[in-house]
Ligand binder design. Structure first.
Ligand SMILES: Nc1ncnc2c1ncn2[C@@H]1O[C@H](COP(=O)(O)OP(=O)(O)OP(=O)(O)O)[C@@H](O)[C@H]1O
Ligand SMILES: [Mg+2]
Length: 248
């Protein structure tokens, strides 16, 4: 497939909410790009609800992203902030006496960007989730100057959440690539059937993929299955599925 993608540096994946499938979609994109031969980096700037495994604090999101991308960068770059409490990051950080520093995330991004062809960044929750005093996820997107991909759920209520997310992004001058509806059931109800059309009509951004709800619990299997789906959806046309020139 000959692809002329305008995406050169990376992508920021946010959601209309928490739990909509940002990690799964980000991992599926990472896997597709890796299979195309790109050196893909992943960045989960802030994880709340990090878990202790063998005495080590781990971001489960970052682990899945690392697996899908094959990224070997150090943890401090892939998941710089690991917070225990499953709360809004600003609150989880405050409880641990941590202050989330935009500059530190930016530097991690720069290091990843310098050594990889493409960087996939997964936000926390939605765009207006607070990371620190006077710092929202949307501020991070703006700071990294990455285009935004919005992951949305398929069912009733998603139109409102998706349009609000698009409006928020636009009001800040953030480029919105489009929307991925994730978790479409095999037998959609009426609302699920209409969501993609209504969103593309009212949000004035394309729905770049409608990804199925997989009857699977193993996340790696879900990611592999969704990566194959993505390759057949309009989203693939935006992704840089050609190997760029070598970086030092
Ligand atoms: N298409 C899918 N089919 C089946 N299960 C899915 C699908 N997408 C996501 N899931 C499951 O839904 C749950 C939430 O997905 P995911 O962790 O990707 O959401 P998220 O938006 O990244 O959440 P968070 O805000 O916590 O980062 C996970 O258990 C995941 O395995
Ligand atoms: Mg996630």
């Amino acid at each position: 497939m000959i692809v002329t993608s305008t995406l050169t540096k990376g992508i920021f994946i946010s959601g209309t909410d928490t739990g909509v499938g940002k990690t799964i979609v980000a991992a599926a994109i990472a896997l597709s790009l890796r299979k195309a031969g790109l050196r893909v980096a992943v960045l989960k700037p802030v994880t709340s609800g990090a878990v202790l495994i063998d005495g080590r604090l781990v971001s489960e999101d970052a682990e899945l992203l690392r697996w899908a991308s094959g990224c070997t960068a150090p943890d401090r770059d892939i998941a710089p902030y690991l917070l225990r409490e499953p709360l809004a990051p600003s609150e989880a950080a405050a409880r641990e006496g941590v202050v989330i520093d935009l500059l530190l995330v930016r530097e991690a991004f720069e290091r990843l960007s310098a050594t990889h062809d493409f960087v996939i960044v997964e936000g926390a929750g939605g765009l207006l989730v607070p990371l620190a005093e006077n710092l929202l996820v949307a501020d991070l997107v703006e700071n990294l100057s990455l285009p935004l991909l919005i992951v949305a759920r398929p069912n009733l209520g998603t139109v409102n959440h998706t349009l609000m997310t698009c409006e928020c992004a636009r009001s800040r001058g953030i480029e919105v690539l489009g929307v991925v509806i994730n978790g479409q059931p095999s037998q959609p109800d009426l609302a699920e059937e209409y969501a993609a059309r209504v969103i593309s009509e009212y949000a004035s951004v394309p729905v770049l993929a409608v990804l199925p709800r997989c009857g699977e619990v193993n996340e790696k299997v879900i990611v592999e299955s969704l990566a194959k789906c993505i390759e057949k959806q309009p989203l693939a046309l935006l992704l840089p599925l050609e190997v760029p020139h070598e970086k030092p």
